[in-house]
Design a protein around this ligand. Structure first.
Ligand code: FES
Ligand code: FES
Length: 955
């Protein structure tokens, strides 16, 4: 019996007759056989909707359909939606409303929307949610997507569909903006390609490359073998059977690596290939390279590993104890990093007693946060291409091409000039793509086999090997005066760092320095420890340690307010950090610190929610909660934190801005284009951005710590101003700039060259000096305040939430969520609102449903559903409030803002659940079983310790 079948379909209006492998999914058929790569593979098992296409007019997840069964069907993909006249109204609505961030979900969302609007001209909120229930988005919080659906419905003729976003106000003529481009809600630079389903992601490039005529041009498929043990000695890895299998080109292991068998952004520690010991379940042992995916998979399954099981040490608390067995021999203990903060009375040993002696209220509690998967919709993927001269080009989504380049070069023992890393579109990162996962191995395979090599992880593989948010156990004690002044805060954090260092150092650091929250507190003692365990390495994740600390701190604040009989906002108001006040580390804040603006906005929203939601549904309890948070902008602490930019006029009459800031969906390309347009005074529509190609872009450092708007934004401004100044003798007058078109730019370029002037300029920006953190927040004699500047800027956020809880089932549901955020000046209000809404949704998942869990021999949460990633129906109406207060030193007053919005959501929900039920949830996520346990636990005595409210000690 043949393993192929004939299939005859109409695809985007064209007849297709093909032989197809039996069992081949429609998704793979479209992408690999027809080169239609608009439909994306985000999970391969029907859980994300990124692969949605229309089959006979109905939205279907193409990864679940077998191509051979579809003969006679009419298929419509994203590529078939636009016509010669341009984008379909749904596509243009997604661009206009800012519904596109990383864009990986976008084609699927648009196709599901098409099916909805074909059926229902003017859909209700519930109908939109039902139609998009199978489609996940990790970036937008679904808010802009809902707006886009309504906007498209309006454009397609539904009279009542409300189309415009309240945030944007009357539409400017954004494409024409020159000076004035800054601060306008212009469409994102990357959105058109994303809504059209263009081949822009690494997977797309690889799939198209696989259609090359010549075999040598076609990439080999790589399949990774991961450890089956969380901790084991590796006695041997036998690859002989795999090497002899059909189609196999090579099987890579540690012995093939000519350079350093270790990588890591902070310290090169994690093996590229584990060869002696496996320290967690995602450890890469080998990679099979073969002509087809199936052959690579089959070969991978033939690799034999002889393990000797070793004890699994998965408790950070126990591994912290003195005398615990060491996870990394040669270290003195299992502590990856520790940070200590001492302020005020804690300068002396007996500070604790003194700090608490005058307290009217003392509140103490223990809190627990979980491991969380980033769940970017694009799994780790790359295409490595040998250059014929021993070098290699690696095309991949990432958060910092230069760091990838140096790690690849170091492991392959190549000069940095032999390695080029090209950023493709990146389908989400959130911190999880700061370190390589598949890129070093693919580059090695390409160099050794002299063939292109592609590796794309399945969703299960991605979850298995990637870093997670640090789970933390946090103990806090607060002392407050009867007037509601926080007198002292003590914090002790034990963070599970997992098997390797990854980004534990800065995460643990931030959990300590932000432990006291956005408040001026006289006396602070914070001790944070990151500890090795045999679990996934914990790494960077939006919020970076301040997220976990906020959960504990803001529950404590709620308890203090209740003990004192103060409104939640009033207690915070009395302690709020503001310009001129000192943080826990002694830094004096500058004029950019707009915490109070966020607090007042959230407090006002809370009052509105209380008025509008006066009573709960029968049998449900209604509660309202408020919380705040702050974190740093930029790396700071005296470390390298600069960025570069090059702005030039291209021969075809366009401005090209080259930067080293990776746009993983947050919109940094658009920020760069807006700043360049503003500084040059030229129309935004004439500006293009090229980011993170190590051959032609300057280094911008890692896209992390909310730093790129500030540092790369300043570099772009410098470069654009330098270019304009250099061309001043030939530059058109101000009043003619907005009308300039490509021909005009070409003329400007010609005039400049004729005058012997350069047509590009470079900016290299170094942010204000910062200093390494030291334990004591006190100045030493002769020092000025700036000696305690560990960061050059901070950002703040406050959340208000209304929650409904069903005491029978324990299900807590957010009914409304308002998030107010301090952003300096909003470069692009629509994009800024999108970041706030996305952070709000991620915060909701963190609060109520998301968790990553592994057992000793396998994952417990190996897919998107089990991870609890929120769907459209889980997200309530989100009100995003932008609080503006120009940041000194920021480009036109802007600063980074992508992370902090996530932080106050979980504590606001915990506070709202207490408001509703009188029980305090101290462990994340606040799942129904935990809510029920809290309700049912006796309120006093043993067994109640974890979840029971501990009333403040009124003295
Ligand atoms: S790839 Fe088909 S649903 Fe995720
Ligand atoms: S824009 Fe939806 S997943 Fe990124």
């Amino acid at each position: 019996m043949t393993d192929k079948a004939r299939v005859s379909l109409i695809v985007n209006g064209e007849r297709v007759d093909r032989e197809v492998e039996r069992g081949r999914s429609l998704l793979r058929f479209l992408r690999e056989e027809l080169g239609l790569v608009g439909a994306k593979d985000g999970c391969g098992k029907g859980q994300c909707g990124a692969c949605t296409v229309l089959v006979d007019g109905r939205p279907r997840r193409s990864c679940l359909l077998k191509a051979e069964r579809l003969s006679g069907s009419r298929i419509l993909t994203i590529e078939g939606l636009s016509g010669p006249e341009g984008m379909h109204p749904i596509q243009s609505a997604f661009v206009r409303e800012g519904a596109v961030q990383c864009g990986f979900c976008t084609p699927g969302m648009i196709m599901a929307t098409k099916a909805l609007l074909d059926r229902v001209a003017d859909p209700s909120e519930a109908e939109i949610a039902a139609a998009l229930r199978d489609n996940l988005c990790r970036c937008t919080g679904y808010a802009a997507i809902k707006r886009a659906v309504r906007s498209a419905a309006a454009e397609l003729g539904a009279a009542s569909a409300a189309a415009s976003s309240a945030l944007r106000g009357p539409a400017p003529r954004p494409e024409e903006l020159g000076r004035g481009a800054f601060g306008a809600s212009v469409p994102r630079k990357d959105a058109p390609a994303k809504v059209l389903g263009k081949p822009i992601y690494a997977m797309d490039v690889a799939d198209l490359r696989a259609r090359a005529e010549a075999e040598a041009e076609r990439p080999l498929f790589g399949k990774m073998l991961f450890s089956e043990r969380a901790h084991a000695r590796i006695r041997s890895i036998d690859t002989s059977k795999a090497e002899a299998a059909e189609g196999v080109a090579r099987v890579l292991t540690a012995r093939d690596l000519p350079g350093l068998n270790a990588f890591g952004l902070f310290v090169p520690q994690q093996p590229v290939f584990a060869d002696r010991e496996a320290l967690y379940l995602g450890e890469v042992l080998a990679v099979a390279l073969a002509e087809t995916l199936e052959q690579a998979e089959a070969a991978r399954n033939l690799i034999e590993v002889d393990y000797e099981d070793l004890p699994i040490l998965d408790s950070a608390e126990e591994n912290l104890r003195e005398g615990s067995p060491l996870l990394h021999p040669g270290t003195k203990d299992n502590i990856v990093h520790e940070t200590h903060v001492r302020k005020g009375l804690y300068a002396s040993e007996d500070g604790a007693a003194a700090a608490f002696s005058h307290a009217a209220v003392v509140v103490e509690g223990e809190y627990e946060t979980q491991a969380v998967e980033h769940a970017y919709l694009e799994t780790e993927s790359c295409l490595a291409l040998p250059d014929g001269d021993g070098g290699v080009t690696v095309m991949t989504g990432n958060q910092g091409s230069e760091d990838y380049r140096s790690m690849i070069a170091r492991s392959l023992a190549l000069g940095a000039d032999k390695v080029r890393v090209v950023l493709t579109a990146c389908g989400g990162g959130f911190g999880g793509k700061e370190e390589p996962t598949v890129q070093i191995q693919a580059a090695l395979g390409a160099v050794l086999c002299r063939r292109p090599v592609r590796i794309s992880l399945t969703r299960e593989e991605s979850i298995r090997t990637s870093t997670k948010r640090h789970p933390m156990r946090i103990r806090m004690r607060h002392a407050a005066s009867s007037e509601g002044k926080i007198l002292a805060v003590e914090s002790r954090v034990v963070a599970d760092a997992g098997a390797y260092i990854s980004q534990t150092v800065p995460v643990v650091f931030r959990s300590a320095v932000t432990a006291a929250g956005p408040y001026e507190v006289e006396s602070v003692r914070a001790d944070s420890y990151g500890v090795y365990t045999h679990r996934n390495p914990s790494g960077a994740f939006r919020g970076f340690g301040s997220t976990q600390a906020s959960f504990a701190c803001e529950a404590q604040m709620d308890r203090i307010a209740r003990a004192l009989g103060l409104e939640a906002a009033e207690l915070r108001r009395r302690n709020a950090l503001a310009p001129g006040l000192r943080t826990s580390t002694g830094q004096v804040l500058d004029e950019g610190a707009a915490y109070l603006g966020t607090l007042e906005a959230a407090a006002e929203a809370l009052s509105r929610m209380r008025a509008e939601l006066a009573s709960s549904a029968p049998g449900r309890a209604l509660g309202f909660g408020l919380a705040s948070s702050y974190k740093n902008v930029g790396i700071g602490t005296g470390l390298a934190d600069g960025a570069g930019a090059i702005v030039g006029i291209e021969a075809e009459g366009r401005i090209l801005v080259r930067v080293g800031a990776a746009d993983m969906g947050q919109g940094s390309d658009t920020v760069a284009a807006q700043i360049a347009a503003e500084a040059l005074g030229l129309p935004y529509r004439l500006v293009d951005v090229l980011a993170c190609d190590t051959r032609s872009c300057p280094d911008g450092g890692m896209t992390t710590a909310s730093r790129q708007t500030y540092v790369t934004g300043n570099a772009v401004k410098m470069a654009a101003e330098a270019l304009r100044s250099a061309l001043s003798s030939v530059f058109p007058p101000e009043d003619r700039l907005r009308e300039l078109d490509a021909a005009g730019l070409r003329g400007l370029r010609d005039r400049a060259l004729a005058a012997g002037l350069g047509v590009s300029a470079e900016g290299r920006y170094l942010p204000p000096r910062t200093f390494a953190h030291r334990t004591s927040a006190a100045l030493e004699s002769g020092e000025s305040d700036s000696a305690l500047d560990i960061h050059y800027a901070y950002c703040f956020a406050s959340a208000a939430v209304a929650v409904e809880v069903d005491p029978e089932t324990g299900i807590a549901r957010a009914l409304r969520l308002c998030l107010a955020q301090d952003v300096g000046k909003a470069v692009n209000p629509m994009s800024v609102a999108g970041q706030i809404e996305g952070a709000a949704a991620m915060g909701l998942g963190y609060a109520l449903s998301e968790n990553f869990a592994a057992a000793d021999r396998g994952l417990l949460t190996d897919d998107l559903r089990k991870l609890g990633v929120p769907r459209i129906g889980d997200i309530p109406p989100i009100e995003a409030i932008i609080v503006e207060s120009p940041q000194p030193g920021g480009p036109y007053g802007a600063k980074g803002m992508g992370e902090v919005g996530l932080n106050p959501v979980a504590p606001a929900i915990s506070n709202a659940i207490f408001d509703a039920l009188g029980v305090r949830l101290r462990s994340l996520p606040m799942t129904p079983d935990k809510v029920l346990a809290a309700i049912r636990a006796p309120r006093e005595g043993e067994g109640a310790a974890k979840f029971e409210e501990e009333p403040g000690d009124a003295r």
